[in-house]
Design a protein around this ligand. Structure first.
Ligand code: GDP
Ligand code: MG
Length: 143
């Protein structure tokens, strides 16, 4: 199995509800390592650029409005099959459809306020990691 990196975001709803620790704990217990992390409050321009693939969708203004409504944690998770593993831990986009025990099933309120983001492919992981982090900010384990 391949060691991969993926871009994870703890969204404003989860940060606001003091769920940062709970969510990070799930990643760590699943064997994913946090190799970069920062708290930011995204500007409209930053959120629009990050979600550029959804620019034509009807929910785009709501998505950008929500993602700029409060601080988020942007981070890089590393581990075996990190991209798919993170998506499994997150659960389906709509929390009502998310499998029991996933982050979105347990902590998310709605399809807008759905607690977490995770890259969906190696190509998007590469783009999304580079969107927020320089190589020098990524700190793989040495022990
Ligand atoms: P994700 O990869 O599971 O986060 O889902 P997508 O990449 O398809 O969409 C990005 C984000 O846009 C999702 O996490 C949702 O917060 C939001 N979103 C997606 N689809 C819808 C929708 O049909 N309606 C609304 N209101 N928001 C949506
Ligand atoms: Mg997506």
């Amino acid at each position: 199995m391949a060691i991969e990196r993926t871009l994870s975001i703890i969204k404003p709803d989860a940060v606001s509800r003091n769920l940062i620790g709970e969510i990070e704990s799930r990643f760590e217990k699943a064997g994913l390592q946090i190799v970069a992390a920062r708290m930011i409050h995204m500007t409209q321009e930053q959120a629009e650029g990050f979600y550029a693939e959804h620019r034509e969708r009807s929910f785009f203004p709501d998505l950008v409005g929500f993602m700029t409504s409060g601080p988020v944690i942007v981070q890089v998770l590393e581990g075996e099959n990190a991209i798919a593993r993170n998506r499994e831990l997150m659960g389906a986009t709509n929390p009502k459809e998310a499998e029991a025990g996933t982050i979105r099933a347990d902590y998310a309120d709605s399809i807008d306020a759905n607690a977490v983001h995770g890259s969906d492919s190696p190509e998007s992981a590469e783009r999304e990691i580079a969107y927020f982090f320089n190589d020098s900010e990524i700190c793989p384990r040495t022990l």
